[in-house]
Design a protein around this ligand. Structure first.
Ligand code: G6P
Length: 614
Protein backbone atom coordinates (compact mmCIF):
# COMPACT_ATOMS: atom_id res chain seq x y z
CA UNK A 1 0.00 0.00 0.00
CA UNK A 2 1.20 3.60 0.46
CA UNK A 3 4.94 4.18 0.69
CA UNK A 4 6.74 6.94 2.59
CA UNK A 5 10.20 8.38 2.19
CA UNK A 6 11.92 11.34 3.83
CA UNK A 7 15.48 12.57 3.22
CA UNK A 8 17.47 15.19 5.12
CA UNK A 9 20.86 15.93 3.55
CA UNK A 10 23.80 17.81 4.98
CA UNK A 11 24.92 21.03 3.29
CA UNK A 12 27.59 19.20 1.35
CA UNK A 13 24.94 17.45 -0.79
CA UNK A 14 23.79 19.44 -3.81
CA UNK A 15 20.21 20.69 -3.57
CA UNK A 16 19.52 19.37 -7.05
CA UNK A 17 20.26 15.81 -5.99
CA UNK A 18 17.66 15.28 -3.30
CA UNK A 19 14.55 15.35 -5.55
CA UNK A 20 16.23 12.76 -7.81
CA UNK A 21 16.95 10.61 -4.81
CA UNK A 22 13.38 10.93 -3.55
CA UNK A 23 12.13 9.69 -6.91
CA UNK A 24 14.60 6.80 -6.92
CA UNK A 25 13.54 5.80 -3.41
CA UNK A 26 9.87 5.98 -4.38
CA UNK A 27 10.56 3.69 -7.33
CA UNK A 28 11.75 1.08 -4.82
CA UNK A 29 8.42 1.40 -3.03
CA UNK A 30 6.36 0.98 -6.21
CA UNK A 31 6.06 -2.74 -5.55
CA UNK A 32 3.81 -2.04 -2.59
CA UNK A 33 1.03 -0.98 -4.99
CA UNK A 34 -0.08 2.66 -5.52
CA UNK A 35 -2.03 4.91 -7.86
CA UNK A 36 -0.52 8.39 -7.45
CA UNK A 37 2.71 9.87 -6.14
CA UNK A 38 4.27 13.12 -5.00
CA UNK A 39 7.27 14.82 -3.45
CA UNK A 40 7.83 18.06 -1.51
CA UNK A 41 10.87 20.01 -0.37
CA UNK A 42 11.44 23.13 1.71
CA UNK A 43 13.44 25.64 -0.27
CA UNK A 44 13.72 29.43 -0.35
CA UNK A 45 11.37 29.76 2.64
CA UNK A 46 8.55 27.85 1.04
CA UNK A 47 7.19 24.35 0.65
CA UNK A 48 7.43 23.25 -2.96
CA UNK A 49 5.44 20.21 -4.15
CA UNK A 50 4.99 18.11 -7.27
CA UNK A 51 2.23 15.49 -7.46
CA UNK A 52 0.88 13.29 -10.23
CA UNK A 53 -1.85 10.71 -10.67
CA UNK A 54 -0.94 7.26 -11.98
CA UNK A 55 2.51 5.73 -12.14
CA UNK A 56 5.76 7.28 -10.98
CA UNK A 57 6.80 8.01 -14.56
CA UNK A 58 4.16 10.77 -14.60
CA UNK A 59 5.69 12.37 -11.52
CA UNK A 60 9.19 12.01 -12.97
CA UNK A 61 8.08 13.76 -16.16
CA UNK A 62 6.55 16.55 -14.11
CA UNK A 63 9.70 17.03 -12.04
CA UNK A 64 11.77 16.94 -15.19
CA UNK A 65 9.70 19.74 -16.75
CA UNK A 66 9.46 21.73 -13.55
CA UNK A 67 12.34 20.79 -11.25
CA UNK A 68 12.41 21.48 -7.54
CA UNK A 69 15.34 21.88 -5.20
CA UNK A 70 16.20 21.35 -1.57
CA UNK A 71 18.22 19.47 0.98
CA UNK A 72 15.15 18.28 2.88
CA UNK A 73 12.24 16.48 1.29
CA UNK A 74 9.46 13.93 1.58
CA UNK A 75 7.89 11.60 -0.97
CA UNK A 76 4.89 9.31 -1.12
CA UNK A 77 3.26 6.66 -3.25
CA UNK A 78 -0.49 6.65 -2.50
CA UNK A 79 -2.88 3.71 -2.63
CA UNK A 80 -6.21 5.51 -2.56
CA UNK A 81 -8.49 5.00 0.44
CA UNK A 82 -10.31 8.31 1.06
CA UNK A 83 -10.90 10.03 -2.27
CA UNK A 84 -10.10 9.16 -5.88
CA UNK A 85 -6.57 8.57 -7.15
CA UNK A 86 -6.15 12.10 -8.56
CA UNK A 87 -3.63 14.92 -8.14
CA UNK A 88 -5.64 16.78 -5.49
CA UNK A 89 -5.75 13.74 -3.23
CA UNK A 90 -2.11 12.77 -3.84
CA UNK A 91 0.41 13.32 -1.03
CA UNK A 92 2.26 15.32 0.23
CA UNK A 93 -0.63 17.35 1.63
CA UNK A 94 0.29 20.83 2.58
CA UNK A 95 -0.61 24.22 3.99
CA UNK A 96 1.79 27.12 3.52
CA UNK A 97 3.50 26.08 6.79
CA UNK A 98 3.39 22.30 6.93
CA UNK A 99 3.65 19.33 4.53
CA UNK A 100 2.71 15.78 5.46
CA UNK A 101 2.96 12.29 3.95
CA UNK A 102 0.86 9.64 5.58
CA UNK A 103 0.31 5.88 5.51
CA UNK A 104 -2.71 4.27 7.15
CA UNK A 105 -6.04 5.79 8.11
CA UNK A 106 -7.05 8.60 10.48
CA UNK A 107 -10.29 7.03 11.64
CA UNK A 108 -11.75 10.13 13.30
CA UNK A 109 -10.82 12.49 10.46
CA UNK A 110 -14.41 13.46 9.78
CA UNK A 111 -15.01 14.88 13.29
CA UNK A 112 -11.63 16.62 13.23
CA UNK A 113 -12.35 18.07 9.80
CA UNK A 114 -15.67 19.50 10.96
CA UNK A 115 -14.10 21.22 13.93
CA UNK A 116 -11.32 22.66 11.77
CA UNK A 117 -13.86 23.85 9.22
CA UNK A 118 -15.81 25.52 12.03
CA UNK A 119 -12.62 27.51 12.73
CA UNK A 120 -12.54 28.64 9.11
CA UNK A 121 -10.01 26.15 7.70
CA UNK A 122 -10.66 25.21 4.08
CA UNK A 123 -9.77 21.75 2.72
CA UNK A 124 -8.62 21.07 -0.80
CA UNK A 125 -8.73 17.24 -0.83
CA UNK A 126 -11.09 14.43 0.16
CA UNK A 127 -8.37 12.68 2.17
CA UNK A 128 -8.23 11.88 5.86
CA UNK A 129 -4.58 13.07 5.80
CA UNK A 130 -5.29 16.75 5.31
CA UNK A 131 -6.65 17.12 8.87
CA UNK A 132 -3.15 16.31 10.16
CA UNK A 133 -1.69 19.21 8.15
CA UNK A 134 -4.19 21.71 9.50
CA UNK A 135 -4.05 20.48 13.09
CA UNK A 136 -0.26 20.86 13.16
CA UNK A 137 -0.46 24.26 11.44
CA UNK A 138 -3.02 25.38 14.00
CA UNK A 139 -0.79 24.39 16.93
CA UNK A 140 2.16 26.18 15.31
CA UNK A 141 0.07 29.35 15.03
CA UNK A 142 -0.50 29.05 18.77
CA UNK A 143 3.26 29.24 19.26
CA UNK A 144 3.94 25.59 20.00
CA UNK A 145 7.26 24.21 18.80
CA UNK A 146 7.11 21.76 15.87
CA UNK A 147 7.66 18.80 18.23
CA UNK A 148 4.95 20.01 20.61
CA UNK A 149 2.59 20.66 17.68
CA UNK A 150 3.09 17.11 16.43
CA UNK A 151 2.71 15.60 19.91
CA UNK A 152 -0.50 17.57 20.53
CA UNK A 153 -1.85 16.53 17.14
CA UNK A 154 -1.10 12.89 17.85
CA UNK A 155 -3.27 13.08 20.94
CA UNK A 156 -6.23 13.91 18.73
CA UNK A 157 -5.71 11.21 16.12
CA UNK A 158 -7.33 7.78 16.15
CA UNK A 159 -6.36 4.96 13.79
CA UNK A 160 -3.22 3.26 12.56
CA UNK A 161 -0.78 5.49 10.73
CA UNK A 162 2.76 6.63 9.97
CA UNK A 163 3.49 10.30 9.28
CA UNK A 164 6.48 12.34 8.10
CA UNK A 165 6.24 16.11 8.41
CA UNK A 166 8.11 19.12 7.00
CA UNK A 167 7.88 22.70 8.26
CA UNK A 168 8.38 25.81 6.12
CA UNK A 169 9.86 27.81 8.99
CA UNK A 170 12.20 25.01 10.11
CA UNK A 171 14.01 24.02 6.91
CA UNK A 172 16.45 21.78 8.76
CA UNK A 173 13.87 19.72 10.63
CA UNK A 174 11.81 16.65 9.77
CA UNK A 175 9.54 14.83 12.22
CA UNK A 176 8.34 11.25 11.75
CA UNK A 177 5.98 9.21 13.87
CA UNK A 178 4.22 5.86 13.79
CA UNK A 179 1.26 4.16 15.36
CA UNK A 180 0.31 0.81 13.84
CA UNK A 181 2.16 1.43 10.53
CA UNK A 182 5.90 0.74 10.25
CA UNK A 183 8.64 3.38 9.90
CA UNK A 184 12.38 2.94 9.83
CA UNK A 185 15.06 5.62 10.21
CA UNK A 186 18.36 5.18 8.39
CA UNK A 187 21.58 7.12 8.66
CA UNK A 188 24.57 7.70 6.50
CA UNK A 189 27.43 10.15 6.86
CA UNK A 190 25.76 12.92 4.84
CA UNK A 191 22.10 12.01 5.03
CA UNK A 192 19.29 10.91 7.30
CA UNK A 193 16.38 8.93 5.94
CA UNK A 194 13.00 7.78 7.08
CA UNK A 195 10.95 5.23 5.17
CA UNK A 196 7.96 2.97 5.54
CA UNK A 197 10.04 0.10 4.24
CA UNK A 198 13.77 -0.61 4.56
CA UNK A 199 13.84 -1.65 0.89
CA UNK A 200 13.60 2.03 -0.06
CA UNK A 201 16.98 2.61 1.59
CA UNK A 202 18.99 -0.28 0.16
CA UNK A 203 22.54 0.79 -0.62
CA UNK A 204 22.08 4.22 0.99
CA UNK A 205 22.40 3.47 4.67
CA UNK A 206 24.60 1.38 6.89
CA UNK A 207 22.50 1.63 10.06
CA UNK A 208 18.76 1.24 10.55
CA UNK A 209 16.54 1.97 13.52
CA UNK A 210 12.95 0.66 13.53
CA UNK A 211 10.61 2.97 15.42
CA UNK A 212 8.52 1.46 18.19
CA UNK A 213 4.77 1.90 18.44
CA UNK A 214 3.99 5.56 19.24
CA UNK A 215 7.57 6.81 18.76
CA UNK A 216 8.31 10.27 17.41
CA UNK A 217 11.63 10.77 15.58
CA UNK A 218 13.11 14.25 15.23
CA UNK A 219 15.62 14.40 12.39
CA UNK A 220 17.64 17.59 12.39
CA UNK A 221 20.51 19.36 10.72
CA UNK A 222 22.50 21.68 12.97
CA UNK A 223 25.83 23.42 12.65
CA UNK A 224 27.48 20.40 14.19
CA UNK A 225 25.91 17.94 11.76
CA UNK A 226 22.92 15.63 11.44
CA UNK A 227 21.13 14.26 14.48
CA UNK A 228 18.21 11.98 15.34
CA UNK A 229 16.33 12.18 18.64
CA UNK A 230 13.59 9.75 19.56
CA UNK A 231 10.64 10.20 21.93
CA UNK A 232 8.20 7.52 23.06
CA UNK A 233 4.42 7.83 23.12
CA UNK A 234 4.65 9.54 26.54
CA UNK A 235 6.89 12.21 24.97
CA UNK A 236 9.90 10.96 26.94
CA UNK A 237 13.31 10.77 25.20
CA UNK A 238 14.20 7.14 24.37
CA UNK A 239 17.01 5.19 22.78
CA UNK A 240 16.25 2.48 20.22
CA UNK A 241 18.61 -0.08 18.79
CA UNK A 242 20.45 0.75 15.57
CA UNK A 243 21.25 -2.31 13.46
CA UNK A 244 23.40 -2.72 10.37
CA UNK A 245 21.33 -2.88 7.19
CA UNK A 246 21.29 -6.46 5.89
CA UNK A 247 19.62 -5.89 2.53
CA UNK A 248 21.65 -6.27 -0.63
CA UNK A 249 21.20 -4.21 -3.77
CA UNK A 250 20.60 -7.44 -5.75
CA UNK A 251 17.33 -7.90 -3.86
CA UNK A 252 15.81 -4.85 -5.49
CA UNK A 253 16.86 -5.48 -9.09
CA UNK A 254 15.28 -7.77 -11.65
CA UNK A 255 18.67 -9.04 -12.82
CA UNK A 256 18.11 -10.51 -16.31
CA UNK A 257 14.47 -11.37 -15.73
CA UNK A 258 11.64 -9.52 -17.40
CA UNK A 259 9.70 -9.31 -14.13
CA UNK A 260 10.41 -9.53 -10.43
CA UNK A 261 7.77 -12.23 -10.27
CA UNK A 262 9.62 -14.44 -12.75
CA UNK A 263 12.88 -13.85 -10.89
CA UNK A 264 11.20 -14.82 -7.64
CA UNK A 265 9.63 -17.93 -9.16
CA UNK A 266 13.11 -18.94 -10.33
CA UNK A 267 14.61 -18.25 -6.92
CA UNK A 268 12.47 -20.99 -5.39
CA UNK A 269 14.94 -23.89 -5.71
CA UNK A 270 17.54 -21.81 -3.83
CA UNK A 271 15.01 -20.61 -1.25
CA UNK A 272 13.81 -24.18 -0.70
CA UNK A 273 17.34 -25.45 -0.44
CA UNK A 274 18.30 -22.78 2.18
CA UNK A 275 15.08 -23.28 4.12
CA UNK A 276 15.33 -27.06 4.16
CA UNK A 277 18.98 -26.96 5.15
CA UNK A 278 18.16 -24.66 8.03
CA UNK A 279 15.63 -27.26 9.23
CA UNK A 280 17.53 -30.49 8.79
CA UNK A 281 21.11 -29.54 7.99
CA UNK A 282 22.95 -31.01 5.02
CA UNK A 283 22.94 -34.61 6.17
CA UNK A 284 20.37 -34.48 8.99
CA UNK A 285 17.60 -36.99 9.48
CA UNK A 286 15.47 -35.00 11.90
CA UNK A 287 13.97 -31.53 12.17
CA UNK A 288 16.00 -29.30 14.41
CA UNK A 289 14.38 -26.10 15.62
CA UNK A 290 16.53 -25.10 18.59
CA UNK A 291 15.14 -21.56 18.78
CA UNK A 292 11.55 -22.68 19.17
CA UNK A 293 10.49 -22.86 22.81
CA UNK A 294 7.28 -24.87 22.65
CA UNK A 295 6.22 -27.93 24.54
CA UNK A 296 4.45 -29.96 21.84
CA UNK A 297 2.82 -32.20 24.47
CA UNK A 298 1.00 -29.26 26.02
CA UNK A 299 -0.53 -27.95 22.80
CA UNK A 300 -4.18 -28.96 22.39
CA UNK A 301 -4.63 -27.61 18.86
CA UNK A 302 -3.24 -25.09 16.40
CA UNK A 303 -5.09 -22.05 15.05
CA UNK A 304 -3.50 -20.67 11.89
CA UNK A 305 -4.52 -17.08 11.14
CA UNK A 306 -3.60 -15.29 7.90
CA UNK A 307 -4.78 -13.44 4.78
CA UNK A 308 -4.51 -14.03 1.03
CA UNK A 309 -1.81 -16.39 -0.15
CA UNK A 310 -0.60 -16.87 3.42
CA UNK A 311 -4.07 -18.16 4.31
CA UNK A 312 -3.75 -20.80 1.59
CA UNK A 313 -0.37 -21.85 3.01
CA UNK A 314 -2.27 -22.32 6.27
CA UNK A 315 -4.82 -24.54 4.51
CA UNK A 316 -2.02 -26.77 3.18
CA UNK A 317 -0.68 -27.00 6.74
CA UNK A 318 -4.08 -28.10 8.01
CA UNK A 319 -3.88 -31.19 5.78
CA UNK A 320 -0.30 -31.87 6.88
CA UNK A 321 -0.92 -31.29 10.57
CA UNK A 322 -4.12 -33.35 10.80
CA UNK A 323 -3.52 -36.16 8.32
CA UNK A 324 0.19 -36.75 8.83
CA UNK A 325 0.95 -35.38 12.30
CA UNK A 326 -2.40 -35.81 14.11
CA UNK A 327 -2.41 -32.22 15.37
CA UNK A 328 -5.95 -30.71 15.38
CA UNK A 329 -5.78 -27.53 13.31
CA UNK A 330 -8.13 -24.67 12.42
CA UNK A 331 -7.35 -22.14 9.71
CA UNK A 332 -8.87 -18.69 10.02
CA UNK A 333 -9.14 -15.68 7.72
CA UNK A 334 -7.58 -12.94 9.84
CA UNK A 335 -10.08 -10.28 8.79
CA UNK A 336 -12.99 -12.35 10.15
CA UNK A 337 -11.31 -13.91 13.18
CA UNK A 338 -11.97 -11.13 15.65
CA UNK A 339 -15.48 -10.32 14.47
CA UNK A 340 -16.96 -13.53 15.72
CA UNK A 341 -15.38 -13.12 19.16
CA UNK A 342 -13.69 -16.52 19.07
CA UNK A 343 -13.61 -18.73 22.16
CA UNK A 344 -9.86 -18.70 22.73
CA UNK A 345 -8.18 -21.85 23.95
CA UNK A 346 -5.34 -21.21 26.42
CA UNK A 347 -3.75 -24.55 25.50
CA UNK A 348 -3.80 -23.85 21.76
CA UNK A 349 -0.95 -22.47 19.71
CA UNK A 350 -1.98 -19.42 17.68
CA UNK A 351 0.11 -19.28 14.56
CA UNK A 352 0.20 -16.08 12.48
CA UNK A 353 1.36 -16.39 8.90
CA UNK A 354 2.42 -13.31 6.99
CA UNK A 355 4.97 -12.60 4.29
CA UNK A 356 5.15 -8.86 5.07
CA UNK A 357 4.48 -9.12 8.79
CA UNK A 358 2.42 -5.93 8.45
CA UNK A 359 -1.01 -7.11 7.28
CA UNK A 360 -3.36 -5.11 9.45
CA UNK A 361 -5.99 -7.80 9.96
CA UNK A 362 -3.41 -10.41 10.92
CA UNK A 363 -1.85 -7.90 13.29
CA UNK A 364 -5.24 -7.12 14.84
CA UNK A 365 -5.96 -10.83 15.33
CA UNK A 366 -2.54 -11.24 16.96
CA UNK A 367 -3.25 -8.40 19.31
CA UNK A 368 -6.62 -9.96 20.31
CA UNK A 369 -4.97 -13.30 21.04
CA UNK A 370 -2.16 -11.63 23.02
CA UNK A 371 -4.64 -9.66 25.13
CA UNK A 372 -6.06 -13.03 26.13
CA UNK A 373 -2.64 -14.38 27.10
CA UNK A 374 -2.63 -17.24 24.61
CA UNK A 375 0.53 -18.69 23.04
CA UNK A 376 1.52 -16.97 19.81
CA UNK A 377 4.01 -17.86 17.10
CA UNK A 378 4.56 -15.94 13.87
CA UNK A 379 5.92 -17.22 10.59
CA UNK A 380 7.04 -14.07 8.76
CA UNK A 381 9.44 -13.13 5.99
CA UNK A 382 10.35 -9.65 7.24
CA UNK A 383 12.34 -9.97 10.47
CA UNK A 384 11.70 -6.48 11.84
CA UNK A 385 8.01 -6.42 10.95
CA UNK A 386 5.26 -5.58 13.42
CA UNK A 387 3.93 -9.16 13.56
CA UNK A 388 7.45 -10.47 14.21
CA UNK A 389 7.96 -7.93 16.96
CA UNK A 390 4.65 -8.51 18.65
CA UNK A 391 4.31 -12.29 18.76
CA UNK A 392 5.86 -14.41 21.52
CA UNK A 393 8.07 -16.32 19.12
CA UNK A 394 9.06 -16.04 15.48
CA UNK A 395 9.99 -18.68 12.94
CA UNK A 396 11.48 -16.70 10.05
CA UNK A 397 11.02 -17.77 6.46
CA UNK A 398 14.15 -17.43 4.37
CA UNK A 399 12.64 -16.22 1.11
CA UNK A 400 14.53 -12.88 1.05
CA UNK A 401 12.74 -9.71 -0.08
CA UNK A 402 9.77 -10.41 -2.34
CA UNK A 403 8.98 -7.52 -4.69
CA UNK A 404 6.32 -8.93 -7.05
CA UNK A 405 2.95 -8.11 -5.51
CA UNK A 406 1.67 -11.64 -6.06
CA UNK A 407 3.44 -13.85 -3.55
CA UNK A 408 5.47 -16.79 -4.93
CA UNK A 409 8.70 -17.70 -3.16
CA UNK A 410 7.39 -16.42 0.18
CA UNK A 411 4.52 -18.93 -0.13
CA UNK A 412 6.76 -21.93 -0.76
CA UNK A 413 9.08 -20.77 2.03
CA UNK A 414 6.07 -20.61 4.36
CA UNK A 415 5.21 -24.18 3.35
CA UNK A 416 8.69 -25.41 4.35
CA UNK A 417 8.41 -23.79 7.77
CA UNK A 418 4.92 -25.17 8.26
CA UNK A 419 6.04 -28.68 7.39
CA UNK A 420 8.97 -28.29 9.77
CA UNK A 421 6.67 -27.05 12.51
CA UNK A 422 4.27 -29.96 11.97
CA UNK A 423 7.11 -32.45 12.36
CA UNK A 424 8.35 -30.62 15.43
CA UNK A 425 4.89 -30.71 17.04
CA UNK A 426 4.56 -34.39 16.24
CA UNK A 427 8.04 -35.02 17.67
CA UNK A 428 8.67 -37.16 14.64
CA UNK A 429 12.15 -38.09 13.45
CA UNK A 430 11.12 -39.04 9.99
CA UNK A 431 14.11 -39.99 7.92
CA UNK A 432 12.08 -40.61 4.76
CA UNK A 433 10.50 -37.20 4.91
CA UNK A 434 13.91 -35.54 5.32
CA UNK A 435 14.93 -37.36 2.17
CA UNK A 436 11.79 -36.16 0.34
CA UNK A 437 12.48 -32.61 1.44
CA UNK A 438 16.03 -32.74 0.13
CA UNK A 439 14.71 -33.69 -3.32
CA UNK A 440 12.47 -30.66 -3.59
CA UNK A 441 14.92 -28.04 -4.95
CA UNK A 442 15.81 -30.42 -7.80
CA UNK A 443 12.17 -31.29 -8.55
CA UNK A 444 11.18 -27.63 -8.60
CA UNK A 445 14.13 -26.86 -10.92
CA UNK A 446 12.81 -29.54 -13.28
CA UNK A 447 9.45 -27.77 -13.40
CA UNK A 448 11.22 -24.50 -14.17
CA UNK A 449 13.20 -26.06 -17.02
CA UNK A 450 10.08 -26.40 -19.10
CA UNK A 451 8.94 -22.83 -19.76
CA UNK A 452 7.68 -23.40 -23.30
CA UNK A 453 4.93 -25.79 -22.17
CA UNK A 454 3.54 -23.16 -19.80
CA UNK A 455 3.81 -20.44 -22.42
CA UNK A 456 1.83 -22.55 -24.83
CA UNK A 457 -0.80 -24.00 -22.47
CA UNK A 458 -1.50 -20.71 -20.71
CA UNK A 459 -2.88 -19.30 -23.98
CA UNK A 460 -6.02 -21.26 -23.22
CA UNK A 461 -6.35 -19.34 -19.97
CA UNK A 462 -5.43 -15.99 -21.48
CA UNK A 463 -8.25 -16.26 -24.02
CA UNK A 464 -10.89 -16.97 -21.38
CA UNK A 465 -13.11 -14.75 -19.27
CA UNK A 466 -13.39 -17.28 -16.44
CA UNK A 467 -11.49 -20.34 -15.24
CA UNK A 468 -11.88 -23.08 -12.66
CA UNK A 469 -9.15 -24.84 -10.71
CA UNK A 470 -9.93 -28.23 -9.15
CA UNK A 471 -7.95 -30.23 -6.59
CA UNK A 472 -8.50 -32.79 -3.85
CA UNK A 473 -6.69 -33.28 -0.55
CA UNK A 474 -3.40 -31.40 -0.52
CA UNK A 475 -4.07 -30.12 -4.03
CA UNK A 476 -7.26 -28.35 -2.98
CA UNK A 477 -5.44 -25.40 -1.33
CA UNK A 478 -3.10 -25.29 -4.33
CA UNK A 479 -6.15 -25.05 -6.61
CA UNK A 480 -7.27 -22.05 -4.54
CA UNK A 481 -3.79 -20.52 -4.75
CA UNK A 482 -3.58 -21.19 -8.52
CA UNK A 483 -6.92 -19.46 -9.09
CA UNK A 484 -5.87 -16.52 -6.90
CA UNK A 485 -2.60 -16.13 -8.85
CA UNK A 486 -4.47 -16.14 -12.17
CA UNK A 487 -7.00 -13.55 -11.06
CA UNK A 488 -4.38 -11.30 -9.43
CA UNK A 489 -2.10 -11.24 -12.45
CA UNK A 490 -4.33 -11.51 -15.49
CA UNK A 491 -7.66 -10.17 -14.17
CA UNK A 492 -9.36 -13.33 -15.42
CA UNK A 493 -12.11 -14.41 -13.08
CA UNK A 494 -10.88 -17.68 -11.58
CA UNK A 495 -12.14 -19.85 -8.73
CA UNK A 496 -10.57 -22.81 -7.00
CA UNK A 497 -12.80 -25.65 -5.84
CA UNK A 498 -12.43 -28.86 -3.96
CA UNK A 499 -12.97 -31.31 -6.85
CA UNK A 500 -15.72 -33.03 -4.85
CA UNK A 501 -17.68 -29.76 -4.78
CA UNK A 502 -17.84 -29.60 -8.56
CA UNK A 503 -21.30 -31.12 -8.77
CA UNK A 504 -22.64 -28.82 -6.06
CA UNK A 505 -22.74 -25.78 -8.27
CA UNK A 506 -19.65 -24.97 -10.34
CA UNK A 507 -20.46 -27.61 -12.96
CA UNK A 508 -23.32 -25.34 -14.06
CA UNK A 509 -20.67 -22.94 -15.37
CA UNK A 510 -19.03 -25.48 -17.66
CA UNK A 511 -19.31 -24.93 -21.40
CA UNK A 512 -16.97 -25.21 -24.38
CA UNK A 513 -15.21 -21.97 -23.46
CA UNK A 514 -14.46 -22.67 -19.81
CA UNK A 515 -10.86 -23.65 -18.99
CA UNK A 516 -10.62 -26.05 -16.05
CA UNK A 517 -7.19 -26.60 -14.49
CA UNK A 518 -7.11 -29.99 -12.78
CA UNK A 519 -4.35 -30.67 -10.23
CA UNK A 520 -3.96 -34.41 -10.08
CA UNK A 521 -0.67 -36.02 -9.05
CA UNK A 522 -0.95 -39.79 -9.08
CA UNK A 523 -1.81 -40.18 -5.40
CA UNK A 524 -4.60 -41.60 -3.25
CA UNK A 525 -7.03 -38.96 -4.60
CA UNK A 526 -6.11 -39.35 -8.28
CA UNK A 527 -8.91 -41.65 -9.51
CA UNK A 528 -11.63 -39.54 -7.95
CA UNK A 529 -10.19 -36.32 -9.38
CA UNK A 530 -9.89 -38.01 -12.78
CA UNK A 531 -13.62 -38.82 -12.66
CA UNK A 532 -14.33 -35.14 -12.00
CA UNK A 533 -12.14 -34.26 -14.95
CA UNK A 534 -14.13 -36.69 -17.13
CA UNK A 535 -17.32 -34.93 -16.04
CA UNK A 536 -16.10 -31.55 -17.25
CA UNK A 537 -14.57 -33.02 -20.42
CA UNK A 538 -17.95 -34.59 -21.20
CA UNK A 539 -19.31 -31.04 -21.17
CA UNK A 540 -16.59 -29.85 -23.58
CA UNK A 541 -14.57 -27.85 -21.03
CA UNK A 542 -11.05 -26.76 -22.06
CA UNK A 543 -9.14 -28.92 -19.58
CA UNK A 544 -5.52 -28.49 -18.48
CA UNK A 545 -4.45 -31.38 -16.29
CA UNK A 546 -1.28 -31.16 -14.20
CA UNK A 547 -0.14 -34.65 -13.31
CA UNK A 548 2.95 -36.88 -13.26
CA UNK A 549 4.15 -39.70 -15.52
CA UNK A 550 2.00 -42.38 -13.91
CA UNK A 551 -1.03 -40.09 -13.90
CA UNK A 552 -0.39 -39.30 -17.57
CA UNK A 553 -0.47 -43.03 -18.45
CA UNK A 554 -3.82 -43.38 -16.72
CA UNK A 555 -5.16 -40.37 -18.57
CA UNK A 556 -4.03 -41.85 -21.89
CA UNK A 557 -5.72 -45.14 -21.06
CA UNK A 558 -8.92 -43.89 -19.49
CA UNK A 559 -9.81 -40.70 -21.32
CA UNK A 560 -11.24 -41.22 -24.77
CA UNK A 561 -12.17 -37.68 -25.73
CA UNK A 562 -8.91 -35.73 -25.59
CA UNK A 563 -9.77 -33.04 -28.14
CA UNK A 564 -10.10 -30.32 -25.49
CA UNK A 565 -7.44 -31.70 -23.17
CA UNK A 566 -3.93 -30.36 -22.54
CA UNK A 567 -1.59 -32.21 -20.23
CA UNK A 568 1.40 -30.90 -18.28
CA UNK A 569 3.55 -33.73 -16.93
CA UNK A 570 5.31 -32.79 -13.70
CA UNK A 571 8.04 -34.67 -11.87
CA UNK A 572 6.88 -37.54 -9.69
CA UNK A 573 6.88 -36.39 -6.06
CA UNK A 574 5.77 -37.83 -2.73
CA UNK A 575 2.17 -36.96 -1.91
CA UNK A 576 3.14 -35.03 1.23
CA UNK A 577 5.54 -32.72 -0.62
CA UNK A 578 3.51 -32.46 -3.85
CA UNK A 579 2.17 -28.97 -2.98
CA UNK A 580 5.61 -27.48 -3.67
CA UNK A 581 5.87 -28.86 -7.20
CA UNK A 582 2.27 -28.13 -8.18
CA UNK A 583 2.42 -24.62 -6.74
CA UNK A 584 5.31 -23.69 -9.02
CA UNK A 585 3.36 -25.04 -12.00
CA UNK A 586 0.28 -22.91 -11.25
CA UNK A 587 2.51 -19.88 -10.69
CA UNK A 588 3.96 -20.32 -14.18
CA UNK A 589 0.52 -20.77 -15.73
CA UNK A 590 -0.65 -17.52 -14.17
CA UNK A 591 2.56 -15.70 -15.10
CA UNK A 592 2.39 -16.66 -18.78
CA UNK A 593 -1.38 -16.05 -19.01
CA UNK A 594 -0.72 -12.52 -17.74
CA UNK A 595 2.19 -12.13 -20.15
CA UNK A 596 -0.12 -13.08 -23.05
CA UNK A 597 -2.64 -10.53 -21.85
CA UNK A 598 -0.03 -7.81 -21.36
CA UNK A 599 -1.08 -6.91 -17.81
CA UNK A 600 1.18 -5.28 -15.23
CA UNK A 601 2.59 -8.47 -13.73
CA UNK A 602 4.67 -7.05 -10.89
CA UNK A 603 2.14 -4.44 -9.86
CA UNK A 604 -1.33 -5.65 -10.82
CA UNK A 605 -4.01 -2.97 -10.79
CA UNK A 606 -5.60 -2.15 -7.42
CA UNK A 607 -3.46 -4.63 -5.49
CA UNK A 608 -1.00 -3.90 -2.71
CA UNK A 609 1.85 -6.02 -1.50
CA UNK A 610 1.34 -5.17 2.10
CA UNK A 611 -2.24 -4.47 3.15
CA UNK A 612 -1.95 -2.02 6.02
CA UNK A 613 -5.53 -0.76 6.14
CA UNK A 614 -8.65 -2.76 7.01
C1 G6P B 1 -1.83 -8.97 -0.11
C2 G6P B 1 -0.77 -9.45 -1.08
C3 G6P B 1 -0.76 -10.98 -1.12
C4 G6P B 1 -0.58 -11.52 0.29
C5 G6P B 1 -1.62 -10.97 1.27
C6 G6P B 1 -1.28 -11.32 2.70
O1 G6P B 1 -3.08 -9.28 -0.59
O2 G6P B 1 -1.01 -8.93 -2.37
O3 G6P B 1 0.30 -11.42 -1.95
O4 G6P B 1 -0.71 -12.91 0.25
O5 G6P B 1 -1.63 -9.54 1.19
O6 G6P B 1 -0.08 -10.69 3.03
P1 G6P B 1 0.95 -11.19 4.10
O7 G6P B 1 2.08 -10.21 3.98
O8 G6P B 1 0.26 -11.07 5.44
O9 G6P B 1 1.35 -12.57 3.79
Amino acid sequence: MCGILGILSSQSVSENLLPEKLLEGLSRLEYRGYDSAGIATVHDSKIDRRRAAGKLKNLKALVNDNPLKGTIGIGHTRWATHGAANITNAHPHSSPDVAVVHNGIIENFSVLKQSLQAKGVTFESETDTEVVVHLIADFLKNKLSPLQAVQQTLQQLQGAFALVILFRDYPSLMIATRRGSPLVVGCHQDELFVASDALALVGWVRQLCYLDEGDVAVLEKTETGLSTHLYNSDAQPVERIWRPSQLSAAAVTKADYSHFMLKEIFEQPAVLSDSIQSLIGVEGTAIDLPDLKLDPGSISQVFIIACGTSYYAGLVAKYWFEKYFQVPTQVEIASEFRYRQPCLDKKALYLFLSQSGETIDTLAALSLVKQNNCKTLAIVNVPESSIARQSDQVFHTLAGPEIGVASTKAFTAQLVNLLGLGLYLKGDHNQDLCQELRLLPRLVSEVLNDQSTYQHVSLKLAQAQHALYLGRGLQYPIALEGALKLKELSYIHAEGYAAGELKHGPIALIDGQMPVVVLAPYDEWFEKTLSNMQEVLARNAQVIILTDEIGAEHVHRQVTNKSTLEMIVLPRVASLTSPFVYTVAVQLLAYYAALHKGTDIDQPRNLAKSVTVE
